[in-house]
Design a protein around this ligand. Structure first.
Ligand code: NAD
Length: 473
């Protein structure tokens, strides 16, 4: 057996990390157990007729917590899903929502399927049937349990889920809020697709605003010019790589995908690579980087920042000794195993933990849900008013000074914020505030020496408060 094979399961690993935080806090065991336990989990099996033959699919939805409603968490479609993983991911959602002050409980779902084996119509049939199971069994509704995209799912699956719910509940005025991550013309919100990658960028930006933290990761200076290895080039990896390279001057020196990696020490142009993949559906022939067949080895490449944005358990007891990054930002859920986490810490490698780093998705999902239940797009009431105020300010300045304001400045001042501006601003504020809370938690107690434990302590304090205030029934 490999060393990684002897590690605890994903769910147990999350619980062990949480236990570490609980022991530092000295929380009452009863309350701790109430917080850690998964409230409900359902397994469904349902038949769908595909190409004249009946296939039976298996799916899960776990509701980890309901101290805030609705419970929130993505649905993933993958050929490797199981109940342990779904429960682990649901638990992470509970802690994540509390870390970023999103008033939701935690949930997660999965369907055991390889989406590449089915065409669009088949995927629609399967998704609608899976939704029907979850809705009928009380695991999907705008007020109790609201899914979102995750690995293998995106806007189109969310649109099918919303439509299935609407057909079953035509009298529910809030039906569109039963799922987030929908296409914008079907009740989605601007900026949701990019949200998790954007949140990863904001998290890293905030980290670099604290020189002591940067020093803790054996680095100095700003984000500009830092090297980064990205594992995963799906929704999260692509957006994070794009924003970090185009807006912060980070050099993406390697991109790791499931069938190999691309390496270029001068930095990979992310849009060029995107275009290449869209046209050729492979990375081997990408002309501006070297193709490496064994992608896993590239995780061990020297770099300032390593961003695992694919799957769980990618840095484990088998490879942790060879990891050379200074900072690991967990864009994926659970990419560092429990055993590897302790070794990274002993090596002085700083980890920005998943429950904070990838919370951009649920944060913007929260904005989408609010937009849906308020039945109005953000910015609709104030945008023109802001423009008018900006115009008045520039006029006043011109009259008072006799100088005219440059066209660029005038356009900037007189532009009212649209929905995307507001979403990005709200997300940036959320990620900054949450990091500062985590940091303050770490600095307030000498027994807390890593960001993951600090994040869990910060989160569990809020959840425990909510349990204690309301009482446990
Ligand atoms: P996705 O399906 O869009 O992309 C997954 C990517 O991982 C693909 O590029 C795939 O090629 C790559 N990949 C798969 N196996 C790999 C392997 N063995 N080695 C290297 N790369 C591999 O998924 P996503 O939505 O980008 O999610 C990625 C991670 O982020 C998951 O852990 C997910 O739970 C987490 N996450 C996603 C969101 C979201 O909003 N989509 C929110 C929070 C967390």
């Amino acid at each position: 057996m490999t060393k990684a094979g002897s590690e605890p399961s994903f769910r147990d690993g999350v619980n062990l990390m949480v236990d570490r935080a609980i022991s530092v806090m000295g929380l009452d065991t009863g309350v701790a157990n109430a917080i850690k336990s998964c409230n409900a989990v359902i397994q469904v099996q349902f038949p769908v007729k595909i190409r004249g033959k009946i296939e039976v699919f298996t799916g899960w939805r776990a509701t980890h917590s309901t101290h805030r409603l609705p419970s929130k968490g993505g649905i993933r479609y993958a050929p490797y899903a199981d109940q342990d993983e779904v429960e682990a991911l649901a638990a992470l959602m509970t802690y994540k929502c509390a870390i970023v002050n999103v008033p939701f409980g935690g949930s997660k779902g999965a369907l055991l399927i390889d989406p590449s084996q089915y065409d669009r119509e088949e995927m629609e049939m399967i998704t609608r049937r899976f939704s029907l199971e979850l809705i009928r069994k009380g695991f999907l509704s705008p007020s109790t349990n609201v899914p979102a995209p995750d690995v293998g799912t995106g806007q189109r699956e969310m649109a099918w889920i919303a439509d299935t719910y609407k057909q079953l509940h035509p009298d529910d005025i809030n039906y569109v809020a039963c799922v987030t991550g929908k296409p914008v013309h079907h009740g989605g919100i601007q900026g949701r697709v990019e949200a998790t990658g954007r949140g990863v960028q904001y998290a890293i930006q905030e980290f670099f605003r604290h020189p002591d933290d940067v020093k803790m990761a054996s680095m100095s200076g700003s984000l500009e010019g830092k090297t980064c290895v990205m594992q995963g080039f799906g929704n999260v990896g692509y957006h994070a790589a794009k924003f970090l390279s185009e807006e912060d001057g980070v050099k993406i020196t390697a991109i790791i995908k499931s069938h190999g990696a691309l390496v270029n020490d001068e930095g990979i142009n992310i849009e060029q690579l995107r275009q290449h993949i869209d046209e050729h559906h492979e990375i081997e022939t990408f002309p501006c980087a070297q193709f490496v067949e064994d992608g896993a080895v590239v995780l061990e490449k020297e770099c300032d920042i390593l961003i695992p944005a694919a799957l769980e358990n990618q840095i484990n007891l088998d490879n942790v000794d060879r990891i050379k990054a200074k900072l690991i930002v967990e864009a994926a859920n659970g990419p560092v195993s429990f055993g590897a986490d302790a070794i990274l810490k002993s090596k002085g490698i700083v980890v920005i933990p998943d429950a904070y780093a990838n919370a951009g998705g649920v944060t913007v999902s929260y904005f989408e849900w609010i937009r849906n239940i308020s039945h109005m797009r953000f910015g609709r009431m104030q945008r023109r008013h802001e423009e008018m105020r900006g115009l008045q300010v520039t006029k006043m300045f011109e009259e008072a000074t006799g100088n005219s304001v440059s066209t660029h400045l005038r356009n900037t001042i007189t532009r009212g914020a649209d929905e995307l501006d507001l979403v990005r601003s709200g997300l940036d504020d959320t990620m900054r505030t949450a990091y500062q809370e985590i940091r303050e938690t770490m600095l307030s107690d000498e027994n807390i020496t890593d960001l993951r434990t600090a994040a869990y302590v910060s989160s569990i304090k809020k959840i425990a408060r909510s349990y204690l205030d309301v009482g446990i029934l």
